[in-house]
Write a protein that binds this ligand. Structure first.
Ligand SMILES: [Zn+2]
Length: 45
């Protein structure tokens, strides 16, 4: 097993707007909230 000094090699960044987050979970929630889904024809609430 490797050392647990570092969590992730890179900072979780939104691939849509390029915003950086301290935690991957925050990035995921941001994407779900801000970008929910790619421009599609269906709209689910
Ligand atoms: Zn974003």
């Amino acid at each position: 097993m490797r050392l647990f000094g570092k969590k992730e090699p890179s900072t979780p960044t939104c691939k849509v707007c390029g915003m950086e987050f301290t935690e991957t979970e925050r990035m995921v929630r941001h994407m779900n909230k801000a970008h929910s889904k790619p421009v599609g024809s269906k709209k689910t609430v």
